[in-house]
Ligand binder design. Sequence first.
Ligand SMILES: [Zn+2]
Length: 393
Amino acid sequence: MTRLIVLLILVVGGVSASMQTPRRIVIAAGTLLDGRGHITRDTRIVVEGGTIVAIDATASPVDYDLGRMTLMPGWIDTHVHMNWHFDANGKSVSGGEPADEAALATADDAWATLQGGFTTVQSVGAMVDRSVRDHINRGLLPGPRILTSLRQIQDRSGDPAALRALVRQTKADGADVIKLFATTGLGAGGNQSMSTEQIQATCGEATAVGLRSVVHAIGDAGARAAVEAGCTAIEHGTFVTDATLDLMVRRGTFFDPNLLVLHNYLDNRTGYTFTADALATIEKGIAPTLDVLRRARARRVKIVFGTDAVAGAHGRNAEEFVYRVRDGGERPMDALVSAASIAADSLQLGDHIGTVAPGFDADLVAVAGDPLTDITAVRRVVFVMKGGKVMRH
Ligand SMILES: [Zn+2]
C-alpha cells in the first residue's frame, strides 16, 4: 500500500511537472541562417514546447550538437501536388485511384517531403489533402504543415456568380487557399483561358472570404489580369513581361517560378505519357523560366519558393535551390530566404514560421556543409525539427 502511494505520487508529480515546464531543448549550430538574410556563427537555439524561446550561445546542456552544420528555418514549398504519385507499375497517378491508395500515397509523399527538410507546403491541390493535413495536425501522421486548395478552379468552372459560389463552397469544405488557372498550360501556349471577369470574381471572392488566391499563369495576359484582380501569387509566370513584373512590385503580388517540375518530367519521363513534342516543349520551358526568375529578381519582385512537385519530385524539393543558384545565377542567400521568411509571408504565416527567432515555431532544418558556398549542401539534410519535435536526426 505504501509502495502504491509512493508510485502514485511519483506518477502524478511527474505528469504535473512536465505540464508546467515543457522540455527544454538546446541545439548547437555551427552556422545559423535566420531566414531573413542574417548569419550567426557558433550559437545555440533554445526550444520549449514547440517554440523557439532564445538564441543564446551560452545555453546548456546541449541536446543536439550541430556544430558542423548549417541550421535554418524549416523550408517552405509554396507549390506542390501532394497526391501525385507513381503506382505499382511506375506510372503517374493524380486522381481516380481507389480512396485508400490516394490517402496512403499522399501520406507517403508528406513523409518524404518532411524528410527532405520541408516543414510547410502548400498543395494546390486535391480533396484527399484534407484528411492527410488533418491527421498531421492531430499528430497522428508525420508530415509537413499542409495548406491546401482542395480543388482547382478554371474557365469551365462557371460564370462569375458560379465561381463566387464555388469559392465559398471551397472555403466551407476546409480549404486554406484558392487555386485557379488563368491560362492554358505550357504545352498549349499559356494563353489566357479564364476571362478577366472570371479571374476577378474568383480572386475577389477569395479575398472577401479571407482566403489567398494563387494563379497558374504561363503567358503574360492571364498573369496581368490576375495581378490587376488582386490575386495573391503568380505561379510559373514563364512568359511574364517586365511591365507585368513591375506591376507585381507595385501591387505586392508574390511570384512563384517553378523549375523542378520541368526537370522532374524530363528525368522521370517513363512514368508519364508525354509525346516527343511535349517533352521538347517542357525542355524549351526551362530557359524562359530562368530568364523570368532573373528579371523578377532584378526588379525586386517578392519571389517565393515553389517546385510544382508531382510524382517523382516529392522529397527532392530542395533541388529547386540548386537549379536556381547553379542555372539561374541566384545568390544562395536569396534562394534560401525565398523558402523561409518570404514564403511564410506569402502564406500569411510570417509571424510564426520562416524565421529563427524567439517566439517563432521551432521548425528547423540543418544541412551538412555550407549552402552559401556550395548550394548542393541542401541535398545533405541531417536534422529536421517541426513544432519542437525532432523528425530526422
Ligand atoms: Zn502545379
